[in-house]
Design a protein. Structure first.
Length: 249
């Protein structure tokens, strides 16, 4: 049986996803194929390594000071602390054979989506792609959450200030389910990071006669929660994800 996970982007809200993954693995539900963007791409790396214990450890040891606001003049919200965690994940047995991530490439003031399968890549290449997939732009003075940041980013983009950058895949496509529109997948577990998430019509039709499970948050988030990498917030979301998934399985 071929099984797939979908891991949506959403910054610190990805802790909910981590808890859901733990519950799935405890039930022996492991994927062969994963599609993830942004924080979903970061979570997916633990699945490549087959190490859900370290996924849980990461979300339960988040330190707010590691995610301070960028310095004046910086153009991105640095994600180096999370990438450093991934660099040291211990390899265990894993049935995952394909992991698809996306990121955005900026050229001539325009954005284009890049999709990569990273399971067959070296760790160095995979981590570089994951870094791009989860790298949000930062514009000094735009402090009202990610929506305000995106509006300010558009002005900088049009001025050519981001040419050459590779950025968060969710900026163009945070419903990154295209790699999962295939006949050989028999079970699909969707882990969006919005309680209002609706399954796309095409996806629903593809899985009409198959197993399709949606594990969505049971809380409504605020725009600023995307960058809320705070210890207690992430621990609570991890717990909620775990309990929500357990109720559904």
């Amino acid at each position: 049986m071929v099984r797939a996970f979908y891991l949506q982007g959403g910054g610190a809200k990805g802790a909910f996803q981590g808890g859901a993954i733990k519950a799935l693995y405890e039930k022996g539900i492991e994927p062969d194929i994963v599609s993830g963007t942004s924080i979903g791409a970061i979570n997916s790396y633990f699945l490549i390594k087959g190490n859900v214990d370290e996924l849980e450890a990461m979300w339960n040891s988040i330190e707010e000071e590691d995610f301070k606001s960028p310095d004046p003049g910086e153009k991105v919200v640095e994600n180096e602390k999370l990438i450093e965690v991934l660099e040291h994940v211990e390899k265990r047995e894993s049935r995952v054979s394909e992991v698809y991530i996306n990121y955005v490439k900026v050229e001539d003031s325009s954005l284009s989506e890049v999709v990569e399968e990273i399971c067959s890549s070296s760790s160095k290449i995979a981590l570089s792609s994951i870094k791009y997939s989860s790298l949000l732009p930062y514009v000094e003075g735009a402090e009202g959450g990610t929506a305000d940041m995106m509006e300010a980013f558009k002005e900088k983009l049009e001025a050519g200030e981001y040419d050459g950058y590779k950025l968060d895949g969710g900026m163009l496509n945070n419903r990154f389910t295209e790699p999962l529109l295939r006949d050989d997948i028999e079970e699909l577990y969707l882990m969006p990071l919005s309680n209002s998430y609706k399954v796309d019509k095409e996806l629903k039709e593809m899985y009409r006669d198959k197993k399709l499970v949606v594990i969505r948050p049971d809380v409504e988030f605020n725009p600023e929660d995307t960058l809320r990498f705070e210890g207690e917030f992430c621990k609570e979301l991890f717990r909620r994800g775990y309990e929500t998934a357990k109720r559904l399985l």
